[in-house]
Design a protein around this ligand. Structure first.
Ligand code: ZN
Length: 192
């Protein structure tokens, strides 16, 4: 039951029916607190999530809130996430001084849930960009507060990743077409 390999299992979890069943053997044993906090999808998967669309159908700043570098405090607001089930770009790029494990604390639950749900479906989530204090191209980017991540995956198509991000509780999810230097990816953000 906890291996959410089919839509019906996700729906059952999404409506909140929980049973005491053993955790899946391929993961570390989970406590009940872990299961309710990390494993359970918060929302049902949308039927489709085409490239070039976002959820909800509102501007990102309306949903996640605009950046405010005046009140943002890296020491207070940022945390470090480690999870061996995911691939972290900065661990694999020696020329990169940024750290993709560094995110806003509001990002912990949706990102951990997304890593878990992608892994349960046989994929590996790739965290391509997280906290980017020195982004020059978009001064209003939520990456500057660690409140946005850019994601791709191995062994899973991006539309499925977008659906999972939505299920996992990100406040705003964008299935981006990508630009010249930056291929298609999922940009997902959270309110502070
Ligand atoms: Zn982004």
């Amino acid at each position: 039951m906890l291996i959410l390999g089919c839509t019906s299992a996700v729906v059952v979890f999404a409506v909140g029916i929980r049973k005491r069943t053993p955790p899946p053997a391929r993961h570390e044993p989970l406590t009940m607190a872990d299961m309710t906090e990390v494993v359970m999808p918060l929302r049902q998967a949308p039927a489709t999530f085409p490239r070039g669309t976002y959820r909800p159908n509102q501007r990102e700043t309306t949903v996640s809130g605009a950046i405010d570098l005046g009140t943002f405090s890296p020491g207070r607001d940022l945390i470090y996430i480690e999870d061996d089930r995911a691939w972290w770009e900065s661990d694999n790029d020696s020329g990169d001084i940024e750290c993709d494990h560094t995110v806003h604390r509001s990002m912990r639950q949706p990102l951990e849930r997304t890593i878990q749900l992608v892994a349960e479906r046989g994929g590996t989530l790739k965290i391509q960009d997280a906290y980017r204090p020195n982004l020059v191209h978009n001064p209003k980017s939520l990456h500057k507060e660690g409140r946005a991540v850019d994601l791709t995956a191995v062994d899973m198509d991006l539309e499925s990743v977008a659906k999972i991000c939505w299920q996992a509780g990100f406040d705003w999810v964008y299935h981006e077409k990508g630009k010249r230097n930056n291929g298609p990816h999922i940009h997902a953000s959270v309110a502070r």
